[in-house]
Ligand binder design. Structure first.
Ligand code: TXA
Ligand code: MG
Length: 319
C-alpha cells in the first residue's frame, strides 16, 4: 500500500501498534498518536523536533467524551463546545488526572477539540482512545493542508498518511482558555473572534509572540516559508524596492501586473476571507517551491478571519 491511502482499517491497526500517522482534519493535517501511549507521543515530539514543554491537542470523537479528558469545566466552555463542535475550536481546560503529562507538557490543563472531518471522525469512532495531534509540519514550518504536504515533510519516516483531501478550513483551530470562568483567546484561528463573542460576549486576547513557558500557545517563528517573506499594505510600492529579482506575490483579491513577479497567488478573487484562509498555506507552500528571491504578501483587512490571516503572515515574515 502506498504511503498516502484511504484505509481507515490500516490507520486503526497502525495506531493500535503505538505508531503515529498523518491524519486529515478540517483545519490542517495532524501527526496523530494514542494519547495513552508514551511511545507514540514521544515519536510525535521527536519527528516534529518539538520541545516537550509545548503541549499537544487531544482530539475526541464527541463532546460526550469531554468529561474523560477535562474536569471543572466552566459553563461558557460547555456553551462554546455545544455551538462549535465538531469544529475548529480548541478548549484549554483543567485536565483529568489520567491525561499523561507528556501530552500536556506537565501542565495541569489540557487542550481538546472534536475535529469536523468525516475521515477523522470515522477513525476516532473506531479507536478506544483519543488522538493527540499537533499539525504535521516540522517545528517552525508551514502547516500542511493536503496529504501530499505531509508526505513531502515526513515521507521517509511515517508509515502512513490517511488521505482526507484538501483541508476545508486550511488554518489551525482557534484556541480558547478560561480565567475565572471567562474565555481568553490564546491563538487566533479558523473561528473568528467575533463569532465567539457573539455567543459568550467580549473575550480577552492573550496571544504570545515569543517563547513564554507559562503560556506556550504561540511561538513567533511558526508557519515560516524558507524564502524571505515581507508583509506590506502596499505590494506595488514594495515591489519597486526590489529591482531585478525573482519575486513571488500573495494578495487577497486583485492581481498585480509586474514582470518581476514570477509566481502570483490570489487567495480569493471574490474577496471572501474564509476562502482566502482556506488557500493561505497551500499558496505559501507553492511559493516556497518556486526558488524565489523573496515573497511579498499583502496585509489583509483586520476583521474576522482577516485577523487570523494577518497573524499567520506576520509569523511567516519572522526568522
Ligand atoms: O487545528 C488544529 O488545532 C490542528 C489540528 C491538527 O487539530 N492542531 C494544531 O496543533 O494546530 P499544534 O500542536 O500545532 O498547536 C497546538 C497549540 C500549541 O500552540 C500549544 O502550545 C497549544 O496548542 N496548547 C496545547 N495545550 C495547551 C495548554 N494546556 N495550554 C495552552 N496552550 C496549549
Ligand atoms: Mg502547529
Amino acid at each position: 500500500m502506498s504511503l498516502i491511502n484511504n484505509s481507515i482499517q490500516n490507520a486503526v491497526s497502525l495506531l493500535n501498534q503505538e505508531q503515529i500517522i498523518g491524519i486529515p482534519t478540517e483545519t490542517v493535517y495532524g501527526l496523530a498518536g494514542n494519547i495513552y501511549s508514551s511511545k507514540a507521543i514521544r515519536s510525535i515530539f521527536a519527528l516534529k523536533q518539538r520541545p516537550f514543554f509545548n503541549p499537544l491537542i487531544v482530539h475526541i470523537k464527541s463532546a460526550n467524551d469531554l468529561s474523560e479528558i477535562a474536569r471543572e469545566i466552566p459553563e461558557k466552555a460547555l456553551i462554546l463546545a455545544a455551538v462549535f463542535w465538531p469544529g475548529p475550536l480548541t478548549l484549554v481546560l483543567k485536565k483529568q488526572i489520567a491525561i499523561p503529562d507528556l501530552v500536556t507538557g506537565g501542565k495541569d490543563t489540557v487542550a481538546v477539540r472534536v475535529p469536523n472531518h468525516p475521515v477523522a471522525l470515522a477513525l476516532l469512532n473506531q479507536l478506544a482512545y483519543p488522538l493527540a495531534a499537533p499539525s504535521a509540519n516540522p517545528f517552525g514550518c508551514i502547516s500542511p493542508t493536503t496529504a501530499a504536504h505531509v508526505a513531502d515533510y515526513f515521507g521517509e519516516v511515517l508509515p502512513m498518511v490517511l488521505n482526507g483531501g484538501a483541508c476545508q478550513r486550511g488554518i489551525e483551530s482557534t484556541i480558547v482558555g478560561f480565567e475565572n470562568g471567562e474565555p481568553v483567546v490564546y491563538r487566533l484561528g479558523s473561528i473568528a473572534v467575533e463569532d465567539i463573542e457573539a455567543i459568550v460576549g467580549p473575550v480577552k486576547m492573550i496571544t504570545h509572540d515569543d517563547i513564554a513557558p507559562a503560556a506556550p500557545g504561540m511561538f513567533s517563528k511558526h508557519y515560516a516559508p524558507l524564502t524571505a517573506t515581507f508583509l506590506t499594505a502596499d505590494v506595488e510600492k514594495k515591489l519597486t524596492t526590489f529591482p531585478d529579482q525573482k519575486i513571488g506575490v500573495l494578495v487577497f483579491q486583485k492581481g498585480i501586473d509586474d514582470p518581476k513577479i514570477v509566481q502570483q497567488e490570489i487567495l480569493s478573487s471574490t474577496g471572501n476571507l474564509a476562502e482566502a484562509a482556506s488557500q493561505l498555506y497551500a499558496a505559501l507552500h507553492r511559493l516556497d517551491k518556486c526558488h524565489l528571491d523573496c515573497i511579498i504578501a499583502e496585509r489583509f483587512p483586520d476583521v474576522g478571519l482577516g485577523k487570523t490571516i494577518n497573524d499567520r503572515l506576520k509569523r511567516a515574515t519572522q526568522k
